[in-house]
Design a protein around this ligand. Structure first.
Ligand SMILES: NC(=O)C1=CN([C@@H]2O[C@H](COP(=O)(O)OP(=O)(O)OC[C@H]3O[C@@H](n4cnc5c(N)ncnc54)[C@H](O)[C@@H]3O)[C@@H](O)[C@H]2O)C=CC1
Ligand SMILES: O=C(O)[C@@H]1CCC=N1
Length: 265
């Protein structure tokens, strides 16, 4: 019995890489990909075996569906006749509800919806997890353990997954966006690009580690950097003048709404 990943793109590979780095035996993981070169690449990089979709459906304990939301229904329809009774189907797709997923699978199939993020690649992922109608607590726990191997994983009521997507699923992109903005601004100020990149990256890394310590709050950490009448106060006032906080609220609301919309089709 294996864990199968069907559709190994950005997110599927991040989870695969995280699991192998966490010590999972590659022999226990199969991948289903369309292109031969991709199969060879994944075999070389992680030591995993490629299987056809029907075989993944027949022999896996957990089948992770890592294709784009609009490809999920077609894939589940293809899988449904071969699916082993008891296989837990895991969807990574933004928006798609467990109810929709269940409609494309044999009655009684345990379905677990996961909203991961790409830092799973480096073992620092953050996943939200919800079980469908036929997922028993042990199925949800099995998936939680898989995602906990590549970072942190929380079980949440399904209606919260759209909002969770806006914070952690899409969140790494906001951080990369901030990193880009800081690097470009540093270059504008006359710093060489490699130096600006090193300064911004190490600053984000250090700040994130400080945030992750128990009992701290972002507001206190920010205050600790902000000397009265000093440089940071000027920078933060300018961010407020540009309504960056409001922009985050609007961006994350749009993200949540798009997740809901993806689930409606
Ligand atoms: N990229 C991210 O940061 C996150 C993505 N997700 C979700 O993960 C899923 C995948 O997203 P990405 O990895 O970004 O997309 P991607 O486009 O990088 O990967 C999807 C992969 O599925 C493959 N594929 C499509 N149909 C297939 C089939 N029938 N058989 C085998 N392979 C097939 C494609 O060739 C591609 O490699 C999406 O549903 C997305 O909503 C969730 C959280 C974060
Ligand atoms: O942009 C997307 O739709 C996916 C889901 C969360 C992150 N990436």
């Amino acid at each position: 019995m294996t864990h199968a990943i069907v559709g190994v793109g950005q997110m599927g590979e991040a989870i695969l890489s995280g699991l192998v780095s966490a010590g999972w035996n590659p022999a226990d993981i199969t991948v289903t990909v369309r292109r031969d070169e991709r199969a060879q690449e994944l075999a070389q990089r992680y030591g995993v075996r490629r299987v056809q979709l029907a075989q993944a459906a027949r022999h896996s304990e957990v089948l992770v569906v890592g294709v784009k939301p609009h490809d999920v229904a077609r894939l589940l329809d293809e899988v449904t006749n071969d699916l082993r009774k008891g296989t837990v189907v895991v969807s990574l797709a933004a928006g798609l509800t467990t109810e929709t997923l269940e409609e494309h699978l044999p009655g009684g199939t345990p379905v677990v919806r996961v909203m991961p993020n790409t830092p799973a690649l480096v073992g620092k992922g953050m996943s939200g997890i919800s079980g469908g109608r036929h997922a028993r607590p042990e199925h949800v726990e099995q998936v939680r353990q898989m995602m906990a191997a590549v970072g942190r994983a929380v079980v949440v009521p399904e209606h919260q997954l759209d909002a969770l997507t806006a914070v952690s699923g899409s969140g790494p992109a906001y951080v990369f966006y901030v990193a880009e903005a800081m690097v470009e601004a540093g270059v504008q100020l006359g710093l060489a690009r490699p130096l600006a990149t090193e300064l911004a990256t190490q600053t984000l890394l250090g700040a994130a580690e400080m945030l992750a310590r128990p009992g701290v709050h972002p507001s206190i950490l920010r205050e600790n950097v902000t000397s009265p009448g000093g440089t940071t106060a000027q920078a933060l006032k300018t961010l407020d003048d540009y309504r960056v906080r409001a922009a985050f609220a609007a961006a994350m609301e749009a993200c949540r709404d798009r997740s809901v919309e993806l689930g409606e089709h």
